[in-house]
Design a binder for this molecule. Structure first.
Ligand code: COA
Length: 535
């Protein structure tokens, strides 16, 4: 394999200015994460602890093996979407080890609006289930939720991908032999009660965990029956009378200890389907990526410099280096796992798109996972590109990428626009996981281009009506369009809306992919059948 070289000098003035700017983005990312980590307001947290409960993030820590990694997903989902709700949408999701077995942990945060489900909470829970299903990970749900956040009904109740899909996924994962375990750690009402009821095995905490379709007040209002919470849905009642729960725990710690024992007994962990070589760090410091990405988004980054700081031992076996050179394709290792990398190095031309299709086919033949590193303004436009069949070549790339059944990972490392974003395995193509770097941005097109296109359309309409535009009027028209695109494109908007599984510091990305590749290696290979290629 070829050893990548570097011409970057950390002493360079531009490098230092870029790094300062990037580190401000990283500091902002940590500030946002801290808000998510804190959970609900101090009063709600104090109330939670005063009830003898462990705070949700501490519950996750107690559940996991000491020193286990925890790959948190969608930490910042819902950020800024709901008043008084911190980033995270009142739920924590992520992958960690229990008795050495990788599990998907889904934990309600009862300190945020009673752990109730907003539309985004449903989507985040469902996304965690999709990741679990794809990797056949046992799901452990720490349930402490009042069910639906009632005012957000339209985003919770009627559609696929909302609350009902949580049940559907639970049932079908269970049918597929993927263990579903719940721990009832608070008052779980309505939907919050069905989640544990639909699990394979349920633990409940004495005098703290309750499960009922309607609480005592609702029961009184509906039927006139006066009943206390304990006999309506208490832990003792469910464990000895109704049989809704299977294990009675004294407190949170005891419940989490029982859960660990359940996981210990779920059978053999699946074995890897490919051989992993020893992991080697890149020869160049990954932190230098902070100084390589230009602080000016219009200046493209030399992706080879990024790869030199990203892949094992900085070794990259490039495929077709002299052909279609606006897309780098080649083989490398990440924490010892072989991957096929597609990384943009400019606009996509017909030859780069054809190269992508060829390379994806190779990786599918060899069962090698694909990593898309997206930094692309789009496909080339203009007569020459059209006559060279850019639409046909782009279609081939999209057909190959969409058909590929090997694990696929997408990292938005720069600006990804239009069909370029899609062809580099954007979210609509269901990559196995997708992350954005803090500097990433994505949209149909850039803000200036969008404003210009809209102004062109408007000018033609005015011309047809015999009217005209002053430069000031045109600018007044363009400014709000530009603003919509500027607000849309940052990585933070993508993470808030769950269009990515999270924002990662470039330095964290290798470890996240290494963990995901290890999980993917333990899933059965799926053969690829390509759609019809347009020749
Ligand atoms: N929809 C909307 N908001 C809800 C809610 C729901 N289902 N359940 C609770 N909340 C809100 C409360 O209004 C309160 O808001 P605030 O912080 O702005 O004051 C916050 O969540 C915390 O509720 P609170 O009752 O103070 O907390 P708690 O820890 O003592 O109790 C619950 C939490 C969930 C057990 C309790 O609020 C409850 O039983 N809620 C109703 C559950 C229900 O009937 N759900 C039916 C869903 S179909």
């Amino acid at each position: 394999m070829t050893l990548l070289s570097s011409s970057v000098s950390p002493a360079d003035e531009q490098f230092r200015l870029n790094r300062d700017s990037y580190e401000a983005l990283i500091a902002d990312l940590h500030r946002r994460r801290e808000l998510a980590f804190a959970g609900g307001p101090p009063k709600a947290r104090e109330k939670h602890v005063a009830r003898g409960k462990i705070l949700p993030r501490d519950r996750v820590e107690v559940l996991l093996d000491p020193g286990s990694p925890f790959l948190e997903l969608a930490t910042l989902a819902g950020e800024g979407l709901y008043e008084g709700v911190p980033p995270g949408a009142s739920i924590i999701t992520g992958i960690g080890l229990v008795h050495g077995r990788a599990c998907m942990i889904i934990a309600n945060d009862a300190t945020v609006k009673g752990g109730t489900y907003y539309g985004m909470t449903c989507r985040k829970h469902v996304r965690a289930q999709q990741v679990a299903w794809r990797h056949r990970l046992p799901c452990i749900t720490l349930v402490d939720s009042g069910g639906a956040f009632l005012p957000d009904m339209a985003h919770i109740f009627p559609d696929a991908g909302q609350f009902g899909s949580i049940f559907d996924n639970q049932v079908r994962m269970s049918a597929a032999g993927i263990p579903q375990i719940a721990v009832v750690m608070g008052a779980c009402t309505a939907g919050g009660a069905y989640i544990p009821a639909l699990c394979d095995e349920v633990v409940i905490v004495k005098e703290q965990g309750y499960m009922y379709l309607g609480g005592p007040e609702l029961t009184f209002a509906a039927t006139g029956e006066t009943v206390d919470a304990e006999s309506l849905g208490g832990a003792r009642m469910h464990s000895s009378v109704s049989g809704v729960t299977d294990h009675l725990a004294e407190d949170d710690r005891h419940a989490l200890a029982i859960t660990r024992e359940i996981v210990r007994d779920i059978g053999e962990a699946p074995r890897p389907r490919w051989t992993r070589q020893p992991s080697l760090p890149p020869r160049f410091d990954p932190r230098e990526i902070h100084g390589i990405v230009s602080r000016d988004a219009r200046i493209p980054t030399d992706t080879r410099e990024i790869l030199a700081r990203f892949v094992d031992d900085s070794r990259f076996q490039e495929f077709k280096p002299a052909y279609g050179d606006t897309l780098l394709t080649g083989f490398a290792r990440l924490h010892g796992h072989e991957v096929g990398i597609l990384a943009n190095q400019g606009v996509l031309f017909p030859d780069s798109a054809l190269k992508a299709a060829h390379f994806i086919d190779l990786c599918c033949q060899r069962d090698i996972p694909l990593v898309f590193m997206a930094d692309v303004t789009g496909f080339m436009v203009g007569r020459s590109a059209e006559q060279a069949g850019i639409a046909k070549a782009g279609a081939k790339m999209i057909t190959a990428m969409a058909s590929a059944n090997v694990p696929k990972y997408t990292i938005l490392i720069g600006a990804s626009y239009g069909a370029g974003y899609l062809a580099m395995c954007g979210r609509p193509f269901n990559p196995t996981a997708m992350f954005a770097w803090p500097n990433a941005r994505a949209a149909i097109m850039g803000p200036e281009q969008a404003a210009t296109v809209m102004a062109l359309v408007r000018r033609q309409i005015l011309k047809a009506e015999g009217a005209d535009w002053t430069a000031e009027q045109e600018e007044a028209f363009k400014a709000p369009v530009r603003k919509i695109y500027e607000d849309f494109q940052p990585a933070t908007n993508f993470s808030s809306n769950l269009w990515v599984d999270g924002i990662l510091d470039p330095v964290e990305t290798r470890d996240a992919l290494g963990l995901l590749l290890d999980l993917a290696s333990r899933t059965p290979a799926e053969p690829t059948t390509f759609g019809v290629f347009r020749f």
